[in-house]
Design a protein around this ligand. Structure first.
Ligand SMILES: [Cu+2]
Length: 175
């Protein structure tokens, strides 16, 4: 009973500019929603956890005081992922340093250690990355001469989560 009426409406359809625009939006909007959903699904599958996204909390930012006249040192952060999906730390930036690179330290059976630069560090759901001089740290070149107690601003960048600002205080190595 409604079919004839619908046909009549279709025949009377006039493609004004506004209607075309609305029609395009109607197609584009679901597409955008679909790709966002897909991205969420990938993260969800990777961790095998509940559908919640990663949730990152950063604390305990520290920078070792460089030795006299030196600019090379290391920065450390504690990153807890209390969310339901894995994430990755992909880079660290700061206006207070000339360079910042993620590095992983490995201690060998002989007692000797080695360090290699890494492009990212995993942050599994439900786990905490506690950076240290014997695990993972951020190798930095500080711009200015620093003192114990100075506070430097950093930004941590992640594969899935938005960047997070974190402060790091200058401490004596080992502190
Ligand atoms: Cu290092």
């Amino acid at each position: 009973m409604t079919a004839p009426a619908r046909r009549t409406a279709a025949e009377g359809w006039i493609p004004t500019r506004r209607r075309l625009h609305d029609g395009l939006l109607a197609v584009v909007a679901p597409l955008a929603a679909f790709s966002v959903a897909l991205g969420g699904l990938t993260a969800w599958t990777a961790s095998g956890a509940a559908g919640a996204p990663p949730r990152l909390e950063i604390s305990d930012g520290r920078v070792f005081l460089p030795y006299n006249g030196n600019v090379d040192t290391a920065a450390f952060f504690r990153i807890t992922n209390s969310g339901g999906a894995d994430d990755r730390l992909v880079s660290v930036t700061s206006a207070a340093v000339d360079s910042a690179m993620l590095s992983r330290h490995v201690r060998h059976d002989s007692g000797a250690g080695s360090m290699s630069m890494v492009s990212s560090v995993g942050l599994p759901a439900g786990e905490t990355l506690a950076m240290s001089a014997s695990t993972v740290d951020v190798m930095v070149k500080v711009k200015d001469r620093r003192q114990v107690g100075d506070v430097l601003p950093f930004v941590l960048h992640f594969r899935h989560s938005d960047p997070v600002e974190a402060l790091a205080v200058v401490v004596r190595p080992g502190g």
